[in-house]
Every structure is written in C-alpha cells, then in structure tokens.
Design a protein around this ligand. Structure first.
Ligand SMILES: *[C@@H]1O[C@H](CO)[C@@H](O)[C@H](O)[C@H]1NC(C)=O
Length: 274
C-alpha cells in the first residue's frame, strides 16, 4: 500500500512533457556507431567535438521528386545530424512536384510545424474524434499538426512546392499508412485488411501489388514534368509494371482492381528533365 502510494507520488511529480526529455548537459553529439542505450544515443567524447558537429547542410538541396508520389522528404533528424542528440528537436525538407502528395502518415513521437517556403500546399490532419482539419498554406505561413495524428500534404499549386517541417523530437519516427498497412514485411494477412476495410480480396490484392505501395519504378533525377494522360487499358499488375519499366519513365498509376486484374484508370507519364 505504501509502495503504491510512493509510486503514485513519484508519477504525479514527474512534469508533464510534450517533447523529448530535457538534456542533462550542454550537448551530446551522437555516437551513431554505438547502440542506443535507454533513450537516444551515447555522446561522442567532448575532446573530439568540433564546430562541424553543430552544422548540417543536408537540407540545402532539392530532393528528387521522380517517384510515384511526386514528393521527397529529406530528413534532418539525429541520424542525419548527430548534433541534435538529446536536444529535443529536428527538421525535414519536403519537396513536392505539382500535384504531388506526401501520403497520409503519423509521427508517433512529435508534433509537426509546417513552414511553406514556396508554392501552395494543402495540409490536413484528422483528430482522434475523426474531425478533418485542413488549410491551404502559402509562402511564409505555418500549419501545426498535433503529435501522433494522421496527416498529409498535397501540392495544390501550379509549380513546385517546398516546405520545411520542424519537430519537437530528435527522431519523430514515421508510420506511412499505405506502406504500413499494405506493404509491411511480413505482410498483414489479407483477411485482416478485407474485414478491416470491408472490401473484397481483389481490392486488397490490387493495392498490395500496385505501384502506390510497390514503388519499383525507381526515382529518377531532375524536375518532373507531366507529359500527357491516357485512359483505358488493363492487364495484370506485373504486366503493367513490366510495360512501365520498358518505357523507362517515372510513372504514376491510379488503378482499380477488378477480378484479379488491374484496370488502369489514369496513367500519367513523367520524364526527368535533363
Ligand atoms: C529523394 O531525393 C534524394 C536526393 O535526390 C534521392 O537520393 C532519393 O532517392 C529520393 N527519394 C525518393 C523516395 O524519391
């Protein structure tokens, strides 16, 4: 009883924290070679720390958006920038081609503050009460996504879009919903997804086999341009992928699965700028 009381007292005296725990020293440059101990990375010896440990230029370059989503997230977390270790914050760069979507995802350990630098982004999240909040955000404006909620960004402008996202965690973590649900290793059993989404097996198989999850077209360099559209056509997912691969392009397919076949609803061809 006394033990329970002591535990309750201890728990209630721990300050309520929204972010990573406070650091216990000025800095602690992560030694990425060492295994994380209880929380975060052990520190590099102070004697070998230089100014370069506090500098990171990894967000200065545009990410290659030649993938199925048209979006590229460059991470500036503790793994990329060890100087952030124990400091409780990090930042990503998000490049989006016109029409691109950074698909619905969750950061389990962090709130996200989106700052748009260029273009026009639709940013939205859904609350635990199932309410959708969204806003079209333009240059210099902010949108905040509370920790752990499902959110996305879509480029709704005519040109490219660029945003920087700030996090109150050195390693926010990402749960990408399409990939998590339909592209995990090993896969979630089909019957779980069939029941969960109340759809036929063909739909689940279709999503699992299509390019949205299985991005094997590969990213290609440069700026992407929409070359034109086509409607109609069909074939197995493998046939479609082989065909696309033969064209040597970064392609985006929207497909509908019907009786084991994937019917192409819309197919957009992208080629890399030289
Ligand atoms: C993002 O851009 C980088 C740098 O161009 C590239 O190496 C990477 O493959 C791209 N990622 C995706 C998912 O396209």
């Amino acid at each position: 009883m006394i033990t329970l009381f002591l535990i309750a007292l201890l728990v209630s005296s721990i300050p309520f924290s929204f972010a990573d725990p406070d650091p216990l020293q000025d800095f602690c440059i992560a030694d990425l070679e060492a295994q994380p101990s209880i929380n975060g990375f052990p520190c590099k010896p102070a004697s070998s720390v230089t100014s370069d440990d506090f500098f990171f230029d990894g967000l200065s370059k545009e990410g290659n958006t030649g993938n199925v989503f048209g979006a590229n997230v460059t991470a500036g977390n503790v793994r990329a920038f060890p100087g952030l270790n124990t400091l409780g914050l990090s930042m990503n760069r998000v490049d989006l081609a016109p029409g691109a979507v950074n698909p619905p995802h969750i950061h389990p350990r962090s709130t996200e503050l989106v700052l748009v630098i260029k273009g026009k982004l639709l940013v939205g999240f859904v609350t635990t009460g199932n309410v959708f909040h969204s806003k079209v955000v333009t240059r210099g404006k902010l949108f905040v996504i509370p920790r752990g909620l499902v959110h996305f960004q879509k480029n709704v402008g005519k040109g490219k879009a660029l945003a920087f996202t700030a996090f109150d965690s050195q390693l926010p973590g990402v749960v990408n919903l399409p990939l998590t649900l339909f592209g995990s290793t090993p896969p979630i059993p089909n019957d779980v997804l069939i029941k969960g989404f109340q759809v036929d097996e063909d739909v689940v198989k279709g999503i699992k086999s299509n390019a949205i999850v299985d991005d094997d077209n590969g990213a290609r360099g440069g700026v992407v341009h929409e070359r034109g559209g086509e409607r109609g056509g069909g074939g197995s997912a493998a046939e479609i992928r082989t065909m696309l691969h033969g064209l040597g392009c970064g392609c985006q397919i929207q497909s509908v699965a019907r009786s084991g076949e994937l019917t192409i609803d819309s197919l957009r061809f992208y080629t890399a700028d030289s």
